[in-house]
Design a protein around this ligand. Sequence first.
Ligand SMILES: [Ca+2]
Length: 491
Amino acid sequence: MKKSLLYILLVAVQFLMSQESRKNRPNIIWVMAEDISLDLACYGTKAVKTPFLDQMAADGILFNNCFVTNPICSPSRSAMILGTHQQKSNTHNHRSNRDVVLPKPFVPFTQLLRDAGYTTILGHKDVRGKGRKIDVNFKHTPIGTWDGESNFGIYDKYDEFLPKDAPFFSQITLNVTHRGDWWDDIRAQSKHPVNPNDVELPPYLADDPVIRLDWAKYLDQMEYMDAEVGMLFNELERKGLADNTVVIFIGDNGRCNVRGKGYLHDSGLRIPLLVKWPKGIDKGQIDDRIISSTDITATILDLAGIEKPDFMTGKSFMDKKFDRSEVFASRDLWDEIPEKSKAITTDKFKYIRNFKPEIPWDAHQAYLEFYRPAIHVMRRLKEEGKLNKNESIFFGVKPTEELYDLEKDPFELHNLVLDLEYAAVLQKMRQQTLDYNNAFTPVTEIYNPVHAESVDVLDWVKKEKPEDYKRMLAGEEIGFHKMLNEYKATN
Ligand SMILES: [Ca+2]
């Protein structure tokens, strides 16, 4: 009798303890700003003011070496939502396999959070466009239950986190920094538009007024986005949730410019990563460890007290045993360009293996013709013989292999593949890349890409809108969506 009473007591205590720990589990907000590199004041960028993100960095951890596993939205996000390199789960081709059921054993990590009692929330009512982007390459619906067979919902609800949702996980995309028809308006509305003369261009971009203005405009979007982050922190304070909410801020791929988004160079892969959690982590930390975006997923599970499934390639960086010396990244299909390149980044070197060197860097991809004003300007300057050596690289021959010394050459201008001094590094990284590529062989071979409408729209603009096409060639953004809508209305 005594024994069973003790047992009941023990169970009751355990139950209360688990309730207590459940109550103490942190809320987690994952903020993803679209298409940005480390172009924030806290990362040393001049000419841009990002006070809220600077404060976030000062209040938490600023990571210097975080990399996505693919420099394009949907494969990168597919990797993050599964905590697994996108190649392994066959979600590596942009906007493909959207009608295909996610192969086993992969599960979106939001489902693991839900199983553990988290409320999962998508978007935010007060951010531009409402922040609801998911963009992953397997069959899914934004809201609803998930069993991976007939129900494919990834989140419980939209747009608002409340104290009663705790513990909650919220994913919010800040899309203003994605190139779009709104960039001019945001700049026009700014009380302190960024001065084009103050921006610092990377050495592979031509120093031209049109390119400077475009860069300044990008930084204007950064400032708008920063204010949105400030708003989210205000809301956490107001709702009494600030202390026990972990806020993670990242980009989903590098900036949308020459050698950025879509490329395995640093400007395509390296993203900002800031983490703030007043109750759980010390202020003012700078972290130089190599981090993969998939590690963020694993870290979120760790913070929520959930055991990581075996299929995940990400590792928790809050774990004292965390070890990662390189990030394997891959570039595959994007619209009509069937690229195949693989890369490894370490703290010292970058190696890229280009399996299709016949596809040039300047591939004239239709969608990018609308959204890379710099490329039109630089093509003209090239014709006029006005590009210097660094600015010409992008228009040159794409080699089968690239190797860069990131300490001496952070802009990756000097390919060291033929430099004998680096022969051992080259050999090691070449093998490592092939090993990763084999280890991450896709679990299925299903390949269902969608037709890239941008190809038709560009052809139509060339034929039917010669004046607009001329403006595009002069480095103006004529607006892809505007043209797409006109094209659809007349075809
Ligand atoms: Ca993106």
